[in-house]
Design a binder for this molecule. Structure first.
Ligand SMILES: [Zn+2]
Length: 299
């Protein structure tokens, strides 16, 4: 069996938000077992916003949380780092509305967390074990989760050239997350930049924090992986699925999905308790696959 974890000491960094361009200081503190991940806006009297799907804000290019009008924007890379490194409990303090983008990947967060050190807590980790399949379709986008003995993700993308088609599959062990997923950076297309800026997005984007793609390829290469794009989609997916509030045991399959599809899957899981059961981690009793549930989003 395994136990919940937090960090041993406070970790910190500063940077700017990808979309807001706003400077932000980030402090990550240890937290007691059972806390989960809680954000606090220290510029707003420490107002707390839990990393929970109930606090999901309107999703566009990033996954943001909102509670009583208080926003915590672009949470997915840090939540992904917590999930990938096996941290269940932490208090995240920030003094602005958006998390720092840093280098565009989860690597700096993983490095900070590991430098602070992991601490095993006294409470057994209880997971969400998927026992019936859930499929969500919207046009040609697809995301599903199936019963399995571990948490794994299989992702396919199909972007305009020069990215094109790509697929990647990984089982979410801390070692594989760290080596194969955490370093993959966010990306965008030069041709979309002005339209996104006009919508108030990507104001903090630069060649230091995002792969910028032009017609001929990356403007700021070399890539960290030849298939860095699909790996980053997996990074985002892991961060978005963290909003279920516990570790998942199941196999996720996504095709051309994005934040809205990722969070739709989370909402379906949280709403329908018949498709999963609570189970202590490392309890490898085979999941009962006696019924099927298929969900289709209304387009
Ligand atoms: Zn991302």
């Amino acid at each position: 069996m395994s136990f919940e974890q937090t960090i041993r000491s406070t970790a910190q960094c500063r940077g700017i938000g990808l979309h807001s361009g706003a400077p932000v200081n980030l402090l990550i503190h240890p937290a007691p077992a059972g806390t989960g991940i809680v954000f606090r806006r220290v510029d707003l009297d420490g107002f707390a916003v839990e990393a929970d799907i109930r606090n999901l804000a309107k999703v566009s290019y990033a996954t943001s949380l909102m509670k009583k009008g208080v926003l915590i924007s672009t949470t997915e890379h840090l939540l992904s780092a917590f999930m990938g490194t096996g941290i269940d409990n932490a208090i995240v303090e920030l003094d602005n509305l958006e998390l720092p983008i840093l280098d565009g990947s989860a690597q700096p967060f993983v490095d900070m967390l590991l430098a602070a050190g992991l601490k095993q807590q006294r409470r057994r980790r209880v997971c969400m074990r998927v026992v019936r399949k859930v499929e969500v379709r919207e046009g040609d986008k697809f995301i599903a989760i199936y019963p399995a003995d571990a948490y794994s993700v299989e992702y396919s993308i199909n972007f305009p050239a020069p990215i094109g088609r790509s697929a990647f599959e990984v089982e979410l062990s801390p070692a594989l997350y760290r080596s194969e997923i955490a370093p993959a950076r966010t990306f965008g297309f030069r041709k979309d930049e002005q339209a996104m800026r006009n919508m108030g997005l990507v104001r903090g984007a630069s060649l230091e924090n995002c792969i910028v793609m032009s017609a001929s390829g990356p403007e700021n290469g070399p890539l960290r992986f030849a298939d860095e794009f699909v790996r980053h989609k997996i990074l985002d997916l892991i961060g978005d699925l963290a909003l279920v509030g516990r570790r998942i045991i199941g196999r996720v399959v996504a095709d051309r999905a994005g934040h809205a599809m990722h969070t739709a899957l989370v909402q379906t899981l949280v709403r329908d308790h018949s498709v999963w059961e609570e189970t202590p981690e490392e309890d490898h009793r085979p999941a009962a696959i006696d019924a099927e549930a298929t969900y289709t989003l209304r387009g």
